[in-house]
Ligand binder design. Structure first.
Ligand SMILES: Cc1cc2nc3c(=O)[nH]c(=O)nc-3n(C[C@H](O)[C@H](O)[C@H](O)COP(=O)(O)OP(=O)(O)OC[C@H]3O[C@@H](n4cnc5c(N)ncnc54)[C@H](O)[C@@H]3O)c2cc1C
Length: 527
């Protein structure tokens, strides 16, 4: 095993080495799919390099709803295979690979006379089917409790802002919720690095070939040619920029961020049916750093793919209006402290281009590109990154005639995961004494080490401490240092926008930016 620490120094050294060798497998793209592929391949004993044009989780993987789905929504579209796969992968995440990053989230669907008997019944049946998927996946009810009807008092405890008048109860069902999607990507990248994968950010692929790629080190502008026995293209919605044969049909999903206090600091997610749709819901999801994230839209997004997609006012209004329908006090535009949008890399399969994008299958596509000779791995979702990676590496190994062991990532805990998790046990087994819950939720068994490894003064204090309006930012100075010394952050933006999610709220970002910049500069200087 090698060190799992990613640093600017390691990046420079490994980039030099890369020009002088032929790797078995070159992965292009450092989202959840690409880092999943790098881990799968490295764990099978292949030599691996991953290049990412910007930063880990720069793309869609940081704009998700951060749910490890049990697959219920795919049953609604008739994708039974996708639904079962999703539930199985949620099980793997919650019990073996990343139980420290995924918690059981109660989802509350309030029942009022306005819900209608029929809708209430349909939801109950849907949740029942979702529970069958959970059982089919072997997930214990201690890990994910089954669905049930709840009284108004319990609804008020989980989501205090729900209107009480006319509320006669709620359906409650559980799903998996990630503390943060970008943290999953970083954990995958570091676990892969521990197995020898070179993880190289700020390296853009200019062109792909079956036996390598031309790359640009965006920090120096230098061009390099890399040789690989097989190349895997995991560039998500940008896949068409390196492979003209790829046809995607991106769909934009938007979220708004409001302070958790505005909804009474909920511990459960609020689920509100979208009027006029039988299967769509808007969710208000409790999130870290004193926030609630409300999503999700599904809008066609044709045309050139932007670096960072932007929410439209119509989407923001739709989300606020839908959620407000069940709240005692409606949300107003002034309550919104941030917005974010991402593009789903949906594969444009024949016949899918007529209907709405919400109906396009979330199945993934793994194929050898007729144009570049690389293996394309596209589509899918965060929850199923592991099977996407397995399929991509299986095909890559076959296509290039490599010798590799079988996939075993279902049994491979990511950094920070307790090594043995049985039904009902939790990451508490990884707690080291009196550590803040927020730190354990983000780092699992590494939480104590994050604090112990810090060399800069005041490491245990929060970055928002003493700053007006930033007291809810419970991220310690040690975490910012750790991002540079272990998680491959190369500048303050990497820390603000991806290693931590401070940047999801522009006012939070502005409040601590100077402090973060100073810490990052000090940490980089000490490497
Ligand atoms: C709004 C929204 C909500 C979602 N919510 C959920 C959810 O709750 N649960 C769930 O399971 N799934 C969810 N999904 C789906 C999931 O987020 C995506 O399927 C997944 O993140 C895609 O990951 P990826 O690695 O394929 O793509 P990306 O994360 O976009 O990664 C591609 C990477 O390639 C890099 N790149 C591009 N071009 C180059 C190049 N030339 N050279 C090098 N690197 C390059 C990019 O910088 C980027 O980092 C959601 C999606 C959206 C849009």
């Amino acid at each position: 095993m090698q060190s799992t620490a990613l640093t600017a120094l390691r990046r420079r050294r490994e980039l030099d080495e890369l020009t002088a060798e032929t790797v078995d497998l070159l992965v292009v793209g450092g989202g959840v799919t690409g880092t999943g592929v790098a881990l799968d391949a490295a764990a099978r004993g292949l030599s691996v390099a991953l290049v990412e044009a910007r930063d880990l989780a720069w793309g869609t993987s940081r704009w998700s709803s951060k749910l490890a789905h049990g697959g219920l929504r795919y049953l609604a579209t008739g994708d039974v295979g996708v639904a079962r796969e999703s539930a199985r992968e949620r099980h793997v995440l919650m019990t073996r690979t990343a139980p420290h990053l995924v918690r059981a989230l109660p989802q509350v669907l309030p029942l009022t006379p306005g819900t209608g008997r029929r809708r209430g019944l349909t939801v109950g049946i849907g949740f029942g089917l979702g529970d069958l998927l959970r059982r089919d996946a072997g997930t214990s009810s201690l890990v994910l409790p089954g669905p049930r009807l709840a009284r108004p008092g319990e609804v008020a405890r989980l989501v205090p802002a729900v209107a009480r008048e006319r509320l006669h109860g709620a359906w409650i069902a559980h799903d998996g919720q990630l503390v943060d999607d970008a943290r999953l990507v970083v954990a995958l990248a570091r676990t892969a690095a521990g197995r020898g994968a070179k993880i190289l950010t700020r390296v853009r692929a200019i062109s792909l070939r079956a036996d390598g790629a031309t790359l640009e080190d965006t920090l120096t502008g230098a061009t390099l040619t890399v040789r690989a026995r097989v190349v895997v293209n995991a560039t998500g919605v940008w896949a068409g920029t390196v492979d003209p044969s790829v046809r995607l049909r991106p769909s934009r999903g938007t979220h708004v961020v409001v302070p958790a206090a505005r909804l009474g600091s909920p511990t459960g997610a609020l689920m509100v049916p979208v009027p006029g749709s039988g299967s769509r819901y808007v969710f208000a999801l409790p999130a870290q750093l004193g926030r609630v994230v409300i999503g999700l839209t599904d809008e066609e997004a044709p045309g050139p793919v932007p670096d960072v997609p932007v929410a439209t006012q119509a989407e923001i209004d739709f989300l606020l209006e839908t959620v407000s329908g069940v709240l005692a006090r409606p949300l107003l535009p002034d309550d919104v402290v941030g917005t974010f949008a991402g593009l789903r890399p949906l594969v444009d399969t024949a016949g899918s281009s007529d209907g709405p994008s919400a109906d396009v299958s979330r199945k993934h596509l793994v194929e050898v590109s007729p144009s570049t000779g690389a293996v394309n791995v596209l589509g899918g979702k965060l929850t199923t990154y592991r099977t996407m990676a397995e399929d991509a590496v299986d095909l890559a190994v076959k296509h290039a005639g490599l010798t590799a062991g079988p996939c075993w990532t279902t049994a491979l805990p990511l950094v920070g995961a307790p090594s043995l998790v049985g039904p009902g046990s939790t990451v508490e087994s990884g707690r080291g004494g009196e550590l803040p819950d927020s730190l354990v939720a983000r780092y699992g068994t590494e939480a104590a080490e994050v604090l112990a490894a810090a060399a800069l003064p005041g490491s245990a204090s929060a970055i928002g401490q003493g700053i007006a309006g930033a007291a809810h930012l419970d991220i310690t100075r040690a975490e910012i240092e750790w991002a540079v010394t272990h998680e491959g952050a190369l500048d303050a933006d990497d820390v603000l926008d991806r290693r931590t999610r401070i940047g999801l709220v522009p006012a939070d970002r502005a409040a601590v930016r100077d402090g973060v910049e100073e810490l990052v500069a000090d940490a980089l200087a000490r490497l």
